[in-house]
Design a binder for this molecule. Structure first.
Ligand code: BG6
Length: 502
């Protein structure tokens, strides 16, 4: 089966009415702003999801004029749409100052008033901290002291702050960051980004599970054998050695993106799809994950680092990485969820850098049929059905089932029913940031991570990180550009299953 335009009826759209917003971006001269945020805001503008009265104000330490910022941004916007680009750029302003100087915040406040005076005196304000996380404890209190994040009782107009990960380094530092944020802001003002939640295919998990009846009855331990969640990348650490060598793959990908995907696949039906409806269920799910047994660590989780291959350098030879670094660039885990639905079903998670292929997917393997009526084939010889949710790069999903091959003989084989976003929607899939920025401007926290979810995920992984830090278990190796360490297959024990091929 393939789905094409003729079969697709987009007749059920949830209306999204943009509201006027002043988006203040801290770290405006940085890469994230130019490469991701501004193009995403421009796309929203083109789709008429950026309110006419909305404005963007960049703030950073580099002395520059409004035009200076506009020029530095222009090359990241499509050259083929010059008129729209000009109109959009005219909505962008710039203020420079020091992140720790109260005077700079006063200057920013005065400029914001001036700017918003023209379209509307009562714009909502969103402060996007596109700076290193180390600066949050400097910026957030200054914003609050200067009154820039003060809201009235009803939170109208609102003052929101968007933050990028890392949200701490372990349980303790995450709690400290949280305390710092809550001294200045209320939880409803804090928008913590996990860009995986902005991905179309990740959001589609909710539609698949909760807008269809056929999956729910089999979505449990009676029918599902195991689930594999993979995020594999071909890139190494690039220019982020300073951050990454201290963080490693478990902090960088598991504590956030991997658990976000796991929670959407495994959580119960939310009461409503509003922010707390969904996040309550995600939290419940993460809290139900069985703590990883430190006594048998190697049985449940392992770490590895890539080494040189003929063409690719090893991790320790990458620029900026310590020559004796023990940082993992790959991690794989087997997790169990202690609730009625999932008791006994292993969830295998793996994530690594410098692997053979870039792929993010969730593969759900169903159980074998209980009994085979086909001569010469036992039930365990009949391949189980597998539903794969392809998050990227080939966004879509695929269901493999058994089917009869045409012909007089009884021949059975695997048939894959495929749906591919690019074939159906022409590959025009919005970037994760587009959706997240839109939601932040609508005041919708559903796809942003709540403080208690972060705390629960750190509680799960911090003991493992501490054991790794103490070198209590081996650091395996794998060749750059490979499938990952051979040892990762040990997690499957004698089940007869292995990691899916990348
Ligand atoms: C980021 C990690 O959060 O996600 C990066 O810090 C990683 O190390 C990236 O490369 C992967 O995102 P994506 O969208 O390319 O899968």
């Amino acid at each position: 089966m393939s789905v094409n335009q003729n079969y697709w009826q987009a007749n059920l759209c949830v209306e999204m009415k943009p509201v006027p917003n002043l988006m203040v971006i801290f770290g405006a001269s940085g890469d994230l702003t130019r490469r991701k945020l501004i193009p995403a805001l421009f796309n929203l503008y083109r789709r008429e999801l950026f309110h006419e009265a909305s404005r963007i104000v960049g703030f950073s330490r580099t002395p520059m004029s409004d035009d200076g910022l506009r020029e530095s941004i222009r090359e990241f916007l499509p050259a083929a749409a010059p008129r729209e680009v000009e109109k959009f750029l005219a909505k962008i302003y710039y203020v420079y100052g020091e992140y720790d100087s109260p005077e700079s915040y006063r200057k920013l406040g005065t400029r914001l008033k001036d700017i918003e005076e023209k379209p509307s005196p009562e714009l909502n304000r969103t402060f996007y901290l596109s700076t290193p996380a180390a600066l949050y404890p400097m910026i957030v209190p200054r914003l609050a002291e200067s009154g820039l994040t003060a809201e009235n009782f009803e939170g109208k107009p609102w003052r929101h702050v968007i933050l990028e990960k890392p949200f701490g380094y372990d349980t303790e530092s995450a709690e400290e960051l949280d305390r710092m944020l809550h001294q200045s802001l209320q939880e409803r003002q804090i928008y913590r980004i996990d860009h995986y939640l902005g991905k179309e295919t990740v959001q589609n998990i909710l539609m698949l599970r909760f807008a269809n009846i056929i999956f729910e009855p089999v979505w449990n331990n009676a029918y599902i054998d195991h689930v594999q969640i993979t995020t594999a990348e071909t890139v190494g650490v690039g220019s982020r050695a300073g951050y990454y060598d201290r963080a490693g793959q478990l902090r960088d990908m598991f504590q956030n993106h991997m658990l976000a995907m796991l929670s959407l696949v495994a959580m119960e039906v939310p009461v409503t799809l509003d922010a707390d409806g969904m996040r309550d269920e995600q939290l419940k799910l993460i809290r139900s994950i069985q703590p990883i047994s430190l006594a048998e660590l190697d049985k449940y989780i392992l770490r590895a680092q890539y080494v040189e291959d003929d063409k690719l350098p090893g991790y320790r030879s990458e620029p900026g990485i310590r020559a004796n670094s023990q940082t993992e660039t790959y991690a794989a885990a087997k997790l169990f969820i202690n609730n009625w639905r999932w008791r006994g079903v292993p969830f295998y998670l793996r994530s690594g850098k410098r692997l053979k292929r870039k792929v993010s997917e969730i593969a759900i393997t169903f159980k074998h049929v209980p009994h085979s009526i086909f001569p010469q084939l036992t039930s365990s010889e009949l391949e189980p059905d597998v539903l794969v949710l392809n998050v990227q790069p080939e966004e879509g999903m695929a269901l493999s089932i058994q089917a009869k091959q045409p012909g007089p003989r009884l021949c059975m084989g695997k048939l894959t029913l495929k749906f591919n976003y690019a074939d159906t929607f022409g590959g025009n899939i919005p970037e994760a940031y587009e959706r997240l920025l839109l939601d932040s401007m609508l005041g919708d926290q559903t796809l942003f991570i709540r403080s208690d979810i972060i705390a629960a995920s750190w509680r799960l992984f911090t003991p493992v990180l501490e054991a790794w830090q103490a070198n209590a278990v081996p650091l395996y190796t794998y060749k750059a550009g490979s499938e990952g360490p051979d040892e990762a297959n040990r997690l499957f024990g004698k089940t007869g299953y292995f990691w899916r091929e990348l």
